[in-house]
Write a protein that binds this ligand. Structure first.
Ligand SMILES: Nc1nc2c(ncn2[C@@H]2O[C@H](COP(=O)(O)OP(=O)(O)OP(=O)(O)O)[C@@H](O)[C@H]2O)c(=O)[nH]1
Length: 312
């Protein structure tokens, strides 16, 4: 386990560290509550257990644990178990320590035997905690991904787009939001079956993803509609970039079991950030959607770019 000891007495700190080293734990030892807080913030979920002295200079153990519990809630860190160490046998002190967010309370001096037994009990809890951290991170990843294509989903796309739009305005950079909508996709489903339609979505998705510039984002927004976020781009280069993606899709051949192949084209509607007024995601999306409608209306398999604010 990765254990943090916060203890101001040098001799006792070294003794505890020696006990834990013998049990095979990774130990970081600090001398006050503020240093314990700093280590907690640096290590986050990587820290398994804290042994916290109650009486310490600068920030005492109780104050440090109260802060740890607050940080935990805001910084997406799972509950990190804390064992308080105190010279006091007063039950009110034990009560206050647990109320502040501690999980156990040991009266000093603690024998190696008692510490080993407590560490064993904590290890069981920590294993559960690690399983929870793992499950949560898998759930988070799943919540961002479209299960059919493995691309990011609409939810993730919108979240990142909001952040990127904010950053682009802050740093005075341009940004392009594009919607790519496959043409006559219904006729692929109707003509070749739903599985062939699925295969088309998967092939198109992975072809564009493979061609993506790092820092840009491609996602399946739903059905046969994909979203593309191009960061740091300018007016003169954006059409060739979008044309390149359109051509990549048109050049895909999707082989079917009966020997046939499917080809598909895409219509693209895109929008650049406005220069004069601040646009948010939904305004940009609306502009890109209007441009997409033009691409469809003008014959499909083409790119239409609208500047935000110019086509309401
Ligand atoms: N195979 C498959 N089809 C899907 C999926 N999601 C949506 N679709 C189908 O995609 C088709 C979209 O059809 P429309 O909205 O009429 O669009 P379109 O045929 O591409 O026509 P245009 O966009 O006007 O060129 C519908 O038939 C949906 O059932 C999916 O996950 N897999």
């Amino acid at each position: 386990m990765n254990v943090l000891i916060a203890e101001d007495s040098k001799s006792y700190r070294l003794l505890l560290k020696a006990y834990l080293d013998q049990l095979g734990h990774e130990v970081t030892a600090v001398t006050d509550g503020q240093q314990a807080l700093d280590v907690f913030q640096q290590q986050g979920n990587a820290l398994d257990l804290i042994l916290m002295d109650v009486e310490m200079p600068v920030v005492n153990g109780i104050e440090a644990v109260e802060s740890i519990r607050t940080i935990q809630q805001t910084a997406d860190i799972e509950w990190t178990p804390v064992i308080f160490l105190s010279a006091s046998t007063d039950e009110a002190d034990l009560e206050a320590s647990i109320a502040s967010g501690g999980d156990d309370y040991l009266v000093k001096p603690v024998s190696q035997r008692v510490l080993s037994a407590k560490m064993l009990a904590m290890e069981r809890i920590i294993k559960m905690r690690q399983r929870l951290i793992q499950a949560n991170s898998e759930l988070k990843a799943l919540a961002s991904v479209d299960p059919l294509t493995g691309l990011y989903n609409r939810r993730h796309f919108e979240r990142i787009a909001h952040e990127e739009i904010r950053k682009a305005y802050r740093h005075g950079r341009n940004l392009c939001l594009a919607i790519l909508d496959l043409d006559h996709f219904k006729s692929i489903n109707d003509g070749y079956g739903h599985d062939a339609g699925d295969k088309t979505l998967i092939t198109v998705g992975s072809a564009v993803r493979a061609a993506l510039r790092s820092g840009d984002l491609f996602a399946r927004l739903g059905g046969e509609e994909f979203g593309l976020l191009i960061t740091e781009c300018d007016h003169s280069s954006i059409i060739p970039v979008l044309e390149r993606y359109r051509e990549i899709i048109a050049s895909q051949s999707i082989p079917l079991e009966n020997g046939d192949t499917i080809q598909v084209t895409t219509s693209v509607g895109a929008c650049l950030l406005g220069d004069s007024q601040r646009e948010d995601f939904s305004q940009l999306y609306k502009q890109a959607d209007i441009a997409l409608y033009r691409s469809k209306h003008n014959g499909r398999n083409r790119v239409t770019l609208s500047s935000a604010g110019s086509e309401r």
